[in-house]
Ligand binder design. Structure first.
Ligand SMILES: Cc1cc2nc3c(=O)[nH]c(=O)nc-3n(C[C@H](O)[C@H](O)[C@H](O)COP(=O)(O)OP(=O)(O)OC[C@H]3O[C@@H](n4cnc5c(N)ncnc54)[C@H](O)[C@@H]3O)c2cc1C
Length: 506
């Protein structure tokens, strides 16, 4: 089939999913007001693939039947293919201003990462590898929109995994496995077609029942989603330019004796494979997330610049310096995308070689990769950028926006105020900006407020901190790098030189 249309995407959501929002079962999500904005954005995303002006930059011919499919599924093995992938992802992320962390590109890249390591998934039973590769092909050729959950909901941190009612294996049948329990946080779930469940924190020996990976339609019997309250509330686009368009939705996924057909199971009670998936991924997921981060950085630099323009402060050195620093981050982002892409290519080709090696041993691979760092030449640019550069850059930009906007971000009358016969003219008289009307000035401030301070903006902030996993865990992982011993050795060398010089001087 290949790329789908926006209309087909909307139709696919009418599946009577068991979704609850604000204490009500939604049923037809396309008829639920708060999701209309995001569904329109998603439909637009799918329709753009059919635009003859850009289609060749966003697609490649499916190996199955030659139909155009999104290049976010491209398992790139050459630099030319990588450039094509980066170009398509940049187009898509720029179009949505980097504000949609879970554009379908995210999971498309994820299933591509999974398809790159069939030798890991199939180390005991090739059927699981075949399932994963077939699923990647299915998502690619049917253009499936996926949500995902990797994290156990923690109701009580003092309890082990059993006490948390995390998703677990219950039993198996001829048809598949039965699972029950909860997972979170399923961003985009209200408007996705399928859910992918997989690993994040490593499982321990004894936790086999929790070592699962699979994918099923969101409308599978026994699967219920409880969504957080939507941030789109029917306000005008003038008042909430982002909340009304880009709220992707987040949900808790509750499984009650759900049957997962065997052909949709990728990991079943295998702690080793569960733990090895992430570390062996080439990193298509990370790369697309960094491209998304750069798009948002650029949008936010533009927004900060616009704020100082409408406030008449563009000539002030302090403001220029703040924004100048952000422009330098954008240069860094370009370099990080380039080096992450080269790293992904190296890793993808290494894993393709492993997959073709009849003597491949997961145990040996595990020894090599156990601490993620044991083979420093594999590189950690992509994950380091994702864990540190992107979140820190986002904090920085949000702070700059708040600083340059200041009270103007708060003093933002509504579209209704501007339409009022008495108040509208008064607002124009008292709060017009530099070369712009009051209504235009306030529009810029409302955009900034929505980006960093409304419910939508607050969620963006927490999303940027946590979407790539717990930052604390990231720091602990990086502490393990064997490179650190080399850094200490440098200091020892200088100390030794100092001592030798002192001795010679005595
Ligand atoms: C907006 C948003 C969207 C998300 N979307 C998705 C999604 O679509 N799919 C998905 O699977 N997940 C998603 N996530 C979940 C994300 O993967 C997790 O938030 C992330 O992995 C961190 O886990 P946690 O929230 O359970 O944090 P916790 O593990 O509860 O940690 C909370 C805080 O405690 C600190 N901490 C924990 N343990 C220690 C320790 N031992 N020492 C010191 N500090 C510690 C952490 O650093 C962190 O700051 C999303 C999260 C957010 C916020």
């Amino acid at each position: 089939m290949g790329i789908k249309t926006g209309k087909a995407y909307i139709e696919s959501l009418r599946d009577d999913r068991d979704l609850y929002v604000n204490g009500e079962r939604v049923g037809d999500v396309t008829a639920h007001g708060p999701y209309k904005g995001i569904i329109n954005e998603m439909a637009d995303h799918y329709d753009r693939f059919h635009d003859p002006e850009i289609q060749s930059r966003m697609t490649f011919p499916s190996p199955k039947d030659g139909a155009p499919v999104s290049n976010s599924f491209l398992l790139t093995t050459t630099w030319d293919e990588m450039l094509q992938r980066i170009d398509g992802e940049t187009l898509r992320k720029d179009h949505t201003y980097g504000l949609m962390g879970r554009l379908p590109d995210f999971m498309n890249a994820f299933v591509t990462d999974v398809a790159a390591v069939p030798h890991v998934l199939g180390h005991k039973d090739k059927a699981f590898a075949d399932n994963a590769v077939r699923y990647w092909e299915y998502c690619r050729d049917e253009d499936i929109c996926l949500t995902h959950t990797l994290v156990d909901p923690k109701k009580d941190y003092s309890q082990g995994i059993e006490g948390q009612r995390a998703l677990k294996f219950i039993r198996e049948t001829d048809a598949g496995i039965i699972v029950s329990g909860a997972r979170m946080l399923s961003t985009l779930a209200p408007v996705s077609e399928e859910i992918w469940v997989g690993p994040y924190l490593p499982r321990l020996p004894g936790e086999e029942d929790y070592a699962l990976s699979f994918a099923i339609p969101v409308a599978t019997p026994g699967l219920t989603f409880v969504a957080r309250e939507p941030y789109a509330s029917g306000r005008s686009r003038y008042d909430r330019p982002l909340s009304e368009r880009f709220d992707e939705g987040d949900a808790l996924a509750l499984f009650d004796n759900v049957l997962i057909p065997w052909e949709r199971v990728f990991v079943c009670r295998d702690v080793t494979v569960y733990n090895m998936m992430g570390p062996t991924f080439p990193g298509f997921l990370a790369l697309q997330a960094i491209i998304r981060g750069r798009a948002k950085l650029r949008f936010m630099i533009g927004l900060a610049s616009k704020i100082i323009d409408v406030l008449g402060r563009e000539e002030q050195a302090h403001y220029r310096s703040l924004i100048g620093e952000l422009c330098a981050y954008d240069e860094m982002a370009d370099g990080l995308i380039d080096s992450s892409a080269r790293e992904v290519l190296t890793k993808a080709n290494a894993e393709i070689k492993n997959a073709a090696n009849p003597d491949f041993s997961l145990e040996d691979h595990l020894k090599e990769m156990a601490a993620l760092f044991a083979k420093p030449e594999r590189g950690m640019v992509g994950m380091s950028t994702l864990r540190f550069f992107v979140p820190q850059m986002n904090k920085k930009i949000a702070d700059v926006i708040r600083f340059v906007g200041s009270s103007s971000l708060v003093m933002t009358p509504t579209a209704a105020d501007f339409a009022h016969p008495k108040i509208g003219p008064l607002l124009e008289e008292y709060i017009a900006g530099a070369g712009v009307t009051a209504k235009e000035r306030v529009q810029v401030m409302k955009l900034a407020w929505d980006a960093v301070s409304t419910q939508f903006g607050g969620r963006q902030d927490i999303y940027e901190t946590f979407f790539a996993g717990d930052p604390e865990l990231g720091r602990q992982l990086h502490y393990q790098t064997p490179k650190r011993a080399g850094y200490v050795a440098m200091v020892d060398r200088l100390l030794a030189e100092t001592n030798a010089a002192d001795k010679a001087a005595d």
